[in-house]
Design a binder for this molecule. Structure first.
Ligand code: OXD
Ligand code: MN
Length: 590
């Protein structure tokens, strides 16, 4: 058994208890050294877990294929195990903690026999920052170790900062048999523990990400007075060199990574505007002594969706993947030992294996890469990574932006009237199904603050926490809602999106500075048509007008849907949100 790296009795007990349960042949403590990680990389290659790619084209890059029954997060097998069911809320699956531990113990029992257990000390946030939190993940997967090395800060320095404290999240993971019927992702917020078994897919097993940095951290934030949010963070630098920061929440698959790394349109570039990425998925936000809200990205890398990423849609993300990256479930190009995915370019490889490892050509009509195939890339590889990325005190937020995919209802952008109205705007976030994208009426999947799958406690209490964070906070960020997905009568998107979204961010920043007026409407403050800069775009002021209309009938329909949604939270729903709904109805009726 390898020598431990710490004298911390709680860490040692956690490891010993887990060894007794899972019975590994070996225990290896991850010190974070290059030598150790190189050794593990070699071992992973020898095991056939990862394949080394072309060193000239993609230095230090690897491809991995998951089991075919294990390709995504499993919300229906994800549980919050709080003592009281009401604390998990209608937004979560719930299991009583003792019952969950008992059930999972029987699955974890001896699951590491014949394998090695890796002990990964990791920090979410820069090591030692006042924002940061420490975790220890035990896993029987080298793939997990190598990914955690990219996505978090790992190794001995983390244990040194932990000292003999008991304040760390205990993550236990075993691939076990990858049996999807016995797959469980269980969170114990009252014990700061996460148990994940029978999966090898990133979102289920890189326990620092969704499990810790959102589900457990949201509970910690509620207790400790800060916020863990499903938000990108970006900085917008104006020609004077001043940088303003915004955080934005969109449901999965609405282009968060693209917005986080956007390339300014030419007219803005010429003037000297730049955009800097601080984070693409998660923001931890605390109120500073000056009353402003400061955000850090607790992660150290990007776990991005590969398909659709290309030199046009997101050149910065693509550049980040050109070295030191692990690709999962993409096409393996055998001609040059590189990777490909749908939407990368128009040249699918002739000689290739698909994500399942079978011979594949594009002419088969089948997709070669899994639609949820991923790259795990170090943040420092991203050409537009912010110089504040490692700032232990975070960046001050001027604005918080919510958004969804709405064909007609939501205008291109509007500003909430005040904080509580902004919380209401976040709470009613949603995306429409494709039927709606062609202008038909269809259901809205509500996803408040894009946190529905990630809020580790009752969402009614979460809304209350939001309201409390903004109370007596005159310097809190201003709140906005954007919708890049408005369609015309033929179902075509009106707004060009991608880098052009900076034009909307520009209006948002001007609103925060108080340098532009707005039109008051029943839903909030909208831009005057002329204040959205369309210089160089193939759009008329009339088109902008169309993007900014607020249809009262549609919004009245919307309020009925909101009422139904709010009812799910019963008396946990803060009165303030019901009041906001009532006021909205009144204004619409006026
Ligand atoms: C993600 C997600 O993987 O939100 O980031 O699903
Ligand atoms: Mn996400």
């Amino acid at each position: 058994m390898a020598q431990g790296l710490t004298k911390n009795a709680s860490v040692i007990k956690f490891v010993n208890d887990s060894v007794a349960l899972t019975a590994p042949d070996n225990v290896v403590w991850i010190d974070g050294s290059k030598a150790q990680l190189d050794e593990l990389t070699k071992e992973s290659i020898a095991l056939g877990e990862i394949i080394k790619l072309n060193e000239e084209l993609l230095p230090n890059c690897y491809i991995h294929r998951t089991a075919i029954n294990d390709v995504a997060r499993v919300e229906h097998r994800t549980f919050i195990c709080s003592k009281r069911e009401i604390d998990a809320g209608p937004n979560n699956n719930w299991m009583e903690p003792q019952a969950a531990y008992d059930k999972l113990r029987s699955i974890f029992k001896d699951s590491m026999k014949g394998r090695t257990m890796y002990v990964i000390p990791f920090s979410m946030g820069t090591i030692g920052s006042p924002f940061s939190k420490i975790g220890v993940e035990l896993t029987d997967s080298i793939y997990v170790v190598l990914n955690m090395d990219i996505m978090t800060r790992i190794g001995k320095p983390v244990l040194d900062v932990l000292g003999d404290s008991d304040d760390f999240v205990r993550g236990l993971h075993s691939k076990a048999q990858l049996n999807d019927e016995e797959r469980y992702i269980c969170h114990f917020p009252e014990d700061n523990a996460i148990w994940s078994v029978n999966s090898g897919y990133g979102g289920n097993v890189l326990l620092g990400k969704k499990c810790f940095a959102l589900r457990i951290a949201s509970c910690q934030g509620k207790k400790e007075g800060w916020m863990a949010e499903h938000m990108l963070i970006l900085g917008i630098e104006n020609p004077k060199g001043e940088v303003k920061y915004v955080a934005a929440a969109f449901p999965s698959a609405c282009g968060k990574t693209n917005l986080a790394m956007l390339i300014p349109p030419e007219v803005y570039q010429k003037k000297g505007y730049k955009v800097w990425c601080v984070g693409d998925d998660i923001a931890w936000i605390r109120k500073g002594a000056d009353g402003r809200f400061y955000a850090v990205n607790p992660e150290n890398g990007f776990f991005g969706v590969a398909p659709g990423t290309n030199a046009k849609s997101n050149p910065n993300a693509l550049a980040a993947t050109r070295r030191d990256t692990i690709f999962t479930n993409v096409v393996h190009n055998l001609d040059n030992n590189s990777v490909w995915w749908e939407g990368l370019d128009k040249n699918p490889p002739a000689n290739a294996l698909d994500w399942k490892g079978n011979p594949w050509t594009a002419s088969s009509g089948e997709k070669g890469a899994h639609p949820n195939s991923r790259f795990t890339a170090p943040a420092k590889n991203c050409p537009c990574i912010s110089k504040e990325f490692e700032n232990p005190d975070g960046v001050p937020l001027d604005a918080i932006i919510f958004g969804g995919r709405r064909a007609r209802t939501a205008p291109l952008v509007y500003q909430a009237r005040d904080w509580n109205n902004g919380v209401f705007v976040g709470s009613i976030m949603g995306s429409e199904t494709t039927a709606a994208a062609i202008g038909l009426k269809a259901g809205v999947r509500r996803d408040p603050m894009a946190m529905l799958p990630f809020c580790g406690y009752n969402m009614g209490d979460y809304f209350r926490h939001w309201i409390e964070m903004g109370a007596n906070s005159p310097n809190a960020p201003k709140i906005f809602n954007v919708n890049w997905f408005r369609t015309d009568d033929s179902g075509n998107f009106i707004w060009p999106g991608y880098g052009e979204n900076l034009r909307v961010l520009d209006w948002i920043i001007k609103r925060c500075e108080g340098s532009v007026d707005a039109v008051e409407t029943s839903i909030g403050f909208l831009p005057k048509e002329a204040d959205i800069n369309i210089e160089g775009l193939d759009l008329s002021v009339e088109d902008v007008k169309g993007l900014l209309t607020v249809d009262k009938e549609m919004w009245l329909d919307e309020t009925a849907g909101i009422e139904e949604f709010f009812a799910k939270f019963g008396d946990k729903l803060p009165k303030e949100l019901n009041d906001e709904l009532a006021k909205l109805k009144e204004r619409l009726d006026a």
